[in-house]
Design a protein around this ligand. Structure first.
Ligand SMILES: *Cc1c(COP(=O)(O)O)cnc(C)c1O
Length: 366
């Protein structure tokens, strides 16, 4: 069986370094808000190029904290609108509705799967306060046009960078393109912890300080609470593991890129629509390799029978989820088509040459 993702194998590549760190943290007796977190925050902000990085308990919290901070700072109010792609993981939308903000969905571009920037303007109203871009599948979405729109209408640009750590747009890393960015280090992400973990990056000092306090009970000084905050901390164990793995993220992403290129060259079956390789290769870190086909479920079963495990990212678009009844009457034909047709192939730095060939051969024989 070719696994979709072999986390054990990925992490064992760094076994010695990680196990040494784990033992060190365990024996230190200090498990929260210590040196490991400080180091990781410093190294993450250096890597991204941002002034600040703040650890959070997970990626959803990282995004929730950003919007919560803008509300505390008076830039946004519950009932305000935020533009977000209709084709995203539910967490992007949850971060908004959790703060009483209204998600205003915009269709993606069918070729990049990312928000169609040309369709943003028509959705802007006097209540619009931000654009939440999602670098879906590991592919950066950004443009001069987007920057102009945000400046003209005084909108914040927030990045959901859960899937694209290490990607770059014109030599700027994703996570440093907008006003603030949320990261997820869920174990299956390109930079994965051994549990839940996340972070925020920003260049805005006031936002940084507000988020830092909000994630720690709304307090800057112990037992003095200035906001009704939450408890969302990145613990020392996760920070230590992430700090080890951060050193290798470019290598990991490069390995994914090589596999993506092999798939793109090797898969020639006309029934299968391949993802587009961006003209600048650094714009993509291939968190997932998503193909499209008309009879997706049939193809998934066929691959399963050949011992190839695939996953659907994602089967139901957010506006059709039961949790968002208020959006169930909306239609987003491009998103709906994507959700019906996509299938993610195994891609990770530990996929072996023979496995890559097996996947290509199976798809070409389909
Ligand atoms: C994984 C993910 C999140 C949420 O991250 P968690 O760490 O699981 O909370 C948010 N947005 C996107 C696009 C994701 O892929």
């Amino acid at each position: 069986m070719i696994n979709f993702l072999d986390l054990k194998k990925i992490n064992l590549k760094y076994q010695e370094e990680i196990e040494n760190k784990l033992l060190q943290v365990f024996r230190s007796g200090w498990y929260l808000l210590g040196d490991e977190l400080k180091n990781f925050e410093k190294n993450l902000s250096e890597y991204i190029g941002s002034k600040y990085a703040i650890g959070a308990a997970n990626g959803l919290d990282a995004l929730r904290l950003i919007f919560r901070a803008y509300i505390e700072l008076g830039f946004m109010h519950p009932g305000d609108e935020v533009i977000v792609p209709s084709n995203t993981y539910i967490a992007s939308i949850l971060a908004l509705s959790d703060n009483g903000l209204i998600p205003v969905l915009v269709e993606p571009d069918i070729n990049t799967y990312n928000i169609d920037i040309s369709k943003i303007k028509e959705k802007i109203t006097s209540k619009t306060k931000a654009i939440l871009i999602v670098h879906l599948q590991g592919r950066v979405i950004f443009s001069e046009e987007l920057k102009k729109i945000s400046q003209k209408y005084h909108l914040k640009i927030i990045e959901d960078n859960a899937q694209a750590i290490g990607a770059e747009w014109k030599n700027i890393k994703s996570g440093n393109l907008g006003d603030a960015a949320g990261f997820s280090f869920y174990p299956g992400k390109n930079l994965g912890a051994i549990g839940d973990a996340g972070a925020v990056t920003t260049n805005d000092k006031v936002l940084f300080e507000t988020i830092k306090a909000l994630g720690n009970y709304g307090s800057k000084e112990k037992y003095i609470n200035i906001y009704k905050g939450l408890n969302s901390r990145l613990d020392e164990i996760q920070a230590a593991v992430l700090d080890v793995k951060l050193k290798y993220i470019d290598q990991e992403n490069e390995a994914r890129r090589n596999i993506a290129n092999k798939f793109i060259l090797g898969i020639t079956n006309p029934k299968i629509i391949l993802p587009e390789n961006p003209s600048e290769e650094k714009e993509h870190v291939w968190h997932v390799f998503v193909i499209r086909t008309e009879n997706r479920d049939e193809l998934q079963q066929y691959l399963h029978n050949k011992g190839i495990h695939t996953i659907i990212h994602y089967p139901i678009p957010p506006h059709q989820q039961k949790a968002y009844k208020e959006m169930n009457n909306l239609t987003f034909p491009i998103s709906e088509k994507i959700h019906k047709e996509v299938l993610s192939l195994p891609i990770s730095s530990v996929l072996e040459e023979i496995e890559i060939e097996t996947i290509i051969k199976a798809l070409n024989e389909y």
